[in-house]
Design a protein around this ligand. Structure first.
Ligand SMILES: NC(=O)c1ccc[n+]([C@@H]2O[C@H](COP(=O)([O-])OP(=O)(O)OC[C@H]3O[C@@H](n4cnc5c(N)ncnc54)[C@H](OP(=O)(O)O)[C@@H]3O)[C@@H](O)[C@H]2O)c1
Length: 286
């Protein structure tokens, strides 16, 4: 079972299961297995084109809905793996798209709804208004964002949206997010790390390998524990039973401060998911 972080009465487990790139019965059965194993946080998105399979896994697990923290994301840019770029999602269609996510996930509400990419038909303020209305009618518990850099986080605050729950961004030992994390901390926005084990690359670095030996933990566990000790939530994806167990088994050891610092030195600005949709001139990377 994962420990959780609580903000404004909503608790998000520090370890969740990422569901990008999982399809069909593999997806349903790994979601079910994760929940049976003690996972209580599932990260999904309409863009992943697998929400009915995630919904089947949630339902087959038999775990009470109230016990599970479910995230989905609004696909404002209408990009999907099967169709590539579609016409940008019109604001008037957002609620309809979100209702489809709810139906596929077989639930009446989600715990967290994120803007998947910071690019919109009109503007950030309009988009956030629509999401907060969904919160008012209790179809979502919290509103969050993803792939927002520090400029965009500041823009949310200056627009008056001061209770953004989290910002989900790429973060792992090879990509520093120091500046962004500092800004998020100022506004008490929870950091959620995607690609937390750099899609397995952490197991190919000598420093991580030697820490893995020192603590008798796997390289993935070292990376996930390093994030947890910074109070960062992680959503590693796996469709493999023994890795599922490995990725949540990080709460019984502690990385020493000097080793935490050594992992920070591994930054090489490695981005697996370039934020191509951000206008880089207006909003440069942090
Ligand atoms: N908001 C966004 O724009 C955004 C972008 C990217 C991702 N995400 C979310 O973040 C989640 C995680 O990111 P990700 O899937 O890109 O990367 P990741 O979780 O860092 O890595 C997943 C990859 O690592 C392997 N793996 C999993 N556990 C492992 C372990 N203990 N040891 C070695 N290899 C392991 C998996 O293979 P096996 O499946 O074979 O184990 C898979 O190939 C996604 O699934 C998605 O939910 C969000």
């Amino acid at each position: 079972m994962s420990e959780a972080f609580t903000k404004s009465g909503t608790s998000i487990p520090f370890i969740g299961l990422g569901t990008w790139d999982m399809q069909g019965s593999t997806c349903s059965s790994i979601v079910q297995e994760a929940l049976e194993m003690g996972y209580r946080h599932i990260d999904g998105a309409s863009m992943y084109e697998n929400e009915s399979e995630v919904g089947k896994g949630l339902s087959d697990s038999g775990v009470d809905r109230e016990e599970i923290f479910i995230t989905t994301k609004i696909n404002t840019i209408s990009w999907t793996p099967s169709k590539g770029n579609g016409p940008p999602l019109q604001n008037k269609d957002i609620v309809k798209h979100f209702e489809k996510s709810l139906k596929d996930l077989q639930t009446d509400y989600v715990d967290l709804l994120l803007i998947h990419w910071p690019k919109f038909e009109t503007n950030l303020g309009d988009m956030l208004e629509i999401l907060y209305k969904l919160k008012d009618v209790k179809k979502i518990k919290e509103v969050g964002v993803a792939n927002f850099n520090s400029h965009l986080v500041n823009e949310c605050i200056s627009l008056g949206f001061k209770d953004i729950y989290c910002n989900q961004v790429e973060y792992h030992p090879f990509l520093s997010q120091a500046k962004l994390l500092e800004v998020m901390q100022d506004f008490e926005i929870i950091p959620v790390a995607y690609c937390p084990i750099c899609r397995g690359d952490v197991a190919r670095h000598d420093v991580i390998l030697s820490l893995s030996e020192k603590y008798s933990k796997t390289p993935a566990q070292i990376a996930l524990r390093w994030l947890y000790q910074q109070k960062v939530v992680s959503i590693p994806k796996t469709e493999n039973s023994y890795r599922l167990r490995e990725n949540i088994d990080i709460f019984d050891f502690e990385i020493e401060y000097k080793d935490m610092l050594e992992i920070y030195t591994l930054d090489r600005n490695q981005r697996l998911v370039p934020n191509l949709e951000i206008n880089e001139l207006e909003y440069p990377f942090d």
